[in-house]
Design a protein around this ligand. Structure first.
Ligand SMILES: [Zn+2]
Length: 455
């Protein structure tokens, strides 16, 4: 069996805010890149181009001949990546449309079994599907002709089926559009890592090709890692910073010693509490508070001194630093949890869509900056990387139930007391124990995130 793999995205960050003129040059590339994508969407996003997009050389050639590249003055290293980037999106959309149609074909009760066989066959073969959509004679690859004739002989109204396909495609194929010019892919040829000497302090970073010949701009980075592959450069115009995303394919790590079943509860102040009362991320609340306080204070100052037009850059930088610190902390604590608990499976209640508003105004403020989405994303990713299953359990009344006898209890602040058996336990630990119990006894919402699911 092939080892299971997952794609992990590694990030690099610019160390400081970039000068406006450098940012401007990057923005120009992003704008052109976006314009090329938009052009490809318009020209090749429809049904008449379906035959051209696999494998895509026709599009590449036509785009070369279109003269768009010279018009924009965009270096070819960027131009062709933009073309393939857009083509990738178009292909993704076609994949989605096809599987949606296949799903509908299976569900539609008006079709005979033979109709379904025919429809599935022609939908899956690109040339064939494409010719039907364009209303042309059906094109079939030589080696499949006999199979096609066989299927065709079994159905009564072939035109009706073709009309059905065209209707479904019209319904499901959307016009693609992009107006977000905030980044671009960059090929290995268009960058190099290295040092730039400025007086006494040399800084490490990446040199990026621009639209001007032999003019590379330097982006100082927070780390000294080097990658040799296609990167994605994401621009943050708000504070003149840059984020680099590097996709990396990893093998899933299987740990034979990870055998434990662990119940978890999630908190605002403490990130995770286990059914045994172990706490991970106990300073999370404090860090969030610090960030919330900073934002609140800065907003006050900002409103007061608006006329003086204070620069927001300093504010954005500090905010980004505080957020980065929270993210580091979250990752460290998640790692520590996995190494300490050595779990085979985590049971946890499903997170509510929105947190109930607290009475404390400070807490409300803090909720706005609470990195719940980030925690969830990192937690899921790390579990996938380590072959750990995550099971969501029914969350209703999970904090009110006694984990020893199942009766309802009450809690004061962080202490839970059972009204039936008198059991006293930390509220979060009690909820985590309930999650474990619910998971083991099959009160699961869904079996989420199985490792084999690479979506
Ligand atoms: Zn009890």
């Amino acid at each position: 069996m092939e080892p299971a793999t997952i794609v992990k995205t590694i990030h690099q960050y610019s160390k400081t805010s970039l000068p406006d003129e450098d940012m401007q040059k990057l923005q120009e590339i992003a704008d052109d890149y976006n314009a090329v994508k938009e052009y490809v969407y318009q020209r090749y996003g429809g049904i008449h181009s379906l035959s051209k997009i696999y494998p895509g050389y026709t599009v590449q050639n036509e785009m070369t001949q279109s003269g768009r590249r010279t018009e924009l003055g965009l270096p070819s290293v960027y131009f062709y990546l933009a073309v393939f980037d857009a083509l990738g999106d178009i292909k993704t959309q076609w994949t989605r449309v096809r599987s949606e149609i296949l799903r509908r074909i299976m569900k539609n009760k008006e079709f005979t079994q033979e109709d379904r066989h025919y429809l599935r066959f022609v939908t899956k073969i690109n040339t064939c599907f494409s010719s039907i959509l364009c209303g042309k004679n059906v094109e079939i690859p030589k080696e499949m002709e006999s199979k096609y004739e066989q299927l065709l002989a079994e159905i009564s109204d072939v035109e009706k089926l073709h009309r059905y396909l065209r209707r479904q495609v019209r319904k499901n194929l959307h016009k693609m559009h992009t107006d977000k010019a905030d980044g671009f892919f960059i090929a290995e040829r268009a960058y190099r890592y290295g040092q730039q000497d400025e007086g006494n302090n040399a800084s490490y970073g990446i040199f990026v090709a621009t639209k001007e010949k032999r003019q590379r701009i330097f982006i100082p980075l927070t780390d000294t890692n080097q990658y040799k592959k296609q990167l994605y450069i994401k621009l943050n115009a708000e504070n003149n910073t840059v984020e680099i995303a590097i996709p990396k394919v990893l093998e899933v790590q299987c740990h034979d010693e990870y055998v434990k079943e662990v119940g978890l509860s999630i908190g605002i102040w403490q990130m995770f509490t286990t059914h045994e009362g172990h706490v991970y991320g106990e300073h999370l609340g404090e860090l969030h508070m610090e960030l919330a306080d900073f934002i609140r204070e800065s907003n006050k100052t900002y409103r007061r001194e608006k006329q003086n037009n204070p620069g927001r850059k300093k504010y954005q930088n500090k905010k980004a630093r505080l957020e980065a610190r929270i993210h580091d902390y979250i990752n460290q604590e998640l790692n520590r949890m996995l190494e300490t608990e050595q779990p085979k499976v985590f049971y946890l209640p499903k997170l509510p869509k929105s947190m109930p508003a607290g009475v404390n105004k400070n807490i409300n403020y803090s909720l706005n900056v609470w990195q719940r989405g980030y925690i969830r994303k990192r937690f899921t990713q790390k579990c996938r990387e380590n072959n750990i299953e995550i099971v969501e359990v029914i969350g209703k009344d999970i904090s009110r139930e006694c984990s020893r006898c199942g009766a309802q209890g009450t809690y004061v602040k962080d202490d839970f007391t059972c009204s039936q058996c008198g059991y006293e336990i930390d509220k979060k630990q009690n909820a985590a124990a309930n999650a474990l119990h619910r998971g083991k006894t099959g009160r699961r919402l869904n079996k989420t995130y199985p490792v084999s699911d690479n979506s």
